[in-house]
Design a protein around this ligand. Sequence first.
Ligand SMILES: [Ca+2]
Ligand SMILES: [Ca+2]
Ligand SMILES: [Ca+2]
Ligand SMILES: [Zn+2]
Ligand SMILES: [Zn+2]
Length: 466
Amino acid sequence: MGNLWLGLLTLLQLVILHASPLRPVGLSSDGHLEFAEVYLGKFYNYKPVTGRRRRAAEPDPFQAKLREMQHFFGLEESGAVDPQTVAAMRRARCGLSDVEKFRKTMRWTNRTLTYRISRYSSKMTTAQVRTAFRQAWKLWAQAVPLKFRQKKRSDADIIISFNNKDHEDGSPFDGEGGILAHAFFPGPGIGGDVHFDDEETWTTNATGRNLLAVAVHEFGHALGLPHSSDPGAIMFPAYNFGLHSVFQLSFQDVIDIQDMYGKRAISLDRLPPKTPDKCDPMLSFDAVTGMQQELVFFKNRFIWRVHPSFEQIGITLITSLWPEIPSDIDAVYENTNQNSMLFFKGSQYWEVSSLKVKHGYPRNISEFAFPSTVRSIDAALYSHETHLTDFFIGGECWRFNEDAGQMMEGFPKPIAHEWPGIDSPVDAAVAHNGRVYFFVGPQQLEFDLKIRQVTTRMAANTWLQC
Ligand SMILES: [Ca+2]
Ligand SMILES: [Ca+2]
Ligand SMILES: [Ca+2]
Ligand SMILES: [Zn+2]
Ligand SMILES: [Zn+2]
């Protein structure tokens, strides 16, 4: 009996061994390279060269496609499957390609478009789905002279459905995560239709996948828009919905859709804000912090990450790193001894460890023993050596002893007294390589801690390689 079992087991192992494809030489053991090849094949039209050897002078098509993807996502264009690239590829996203041939002629000619929901979600109620879609259409209708009408029966321009795996359009869904939805550009038949992966945990909030957020994006395709590499745009391919995200077209979305369908007679009150340009000479920052080896610069909904070994500095959304952190924050500091980061906005603060907000946050800044007259802070600066945190509020500086958990005696003091030469109010402050950098509007002041003096004045965006 024992031998029989042993025999069966060996047979089973043999079957399993033969079922798994042989791993070509030189591929990463963790499967990242294979994953990257599939990703680039799907979204960047990458076709592996087979049957013919590449001449040495020819560029490696895989690397070239990888660089194209890295450029699109604002990553270091290393041409290597590095952790940042893998992380970007692992993000849930839209199923459409990022290099889709875009033709402006592929648009609707009628001004009233009809849509029908042919198959509902198994995760949300019919009413919730209808509301989400109505709101999503409304966002586009506010920018352009189009009307959207739901049809309960009969045919419609745009058929919307929730589907599982293979649903007979040649683009099967992949279970939870990965591809969330896809859509077809305007046209007859399947043209304009929108499919959602029914295996996603669709929700009306930020707990699972927010249906409204994904619907606005897919409806953009149904109207004829391709993907945008502007991370602030609704048409950016990766899912980016945070706890504090608001539903709004970005400046670029509005420009692009109006380019196709014209402006709405009663247009938006004002255009949504543009995604900030790191090289704008007037650029100022909301906050700046260290994050391990990096410096992170905050502006509105966005961050720039400056890594010492990276040459390109791309812009990304705060929510792509910290989905629970709001936009327009006041101050951030990294407590390098506690391995945590603290974010401040108004009277609230969040403590984050390993990119996750700790339980019980946000809390009130009064816990730092600020009087109730202090409603918000301008900037915060942590010292790795002394474990002291300076908070800058108007013309004053407060000093908090992190080890004792209390504000130090004699504070607040005038900033000019503690930090001679620093103009107040301060937008942001960060310690880096033995110096402190203060950000005041489009200016930056380098403060030498040894001689306690401002040594250099430069543009605030000096770090961003302009
Ligand atoms: Ca999926
Ligand atoms: Ca259709
Ligand atoms: Ca600030
Ligand atoms: Zn898309
Ligand atoms: Zn489909």
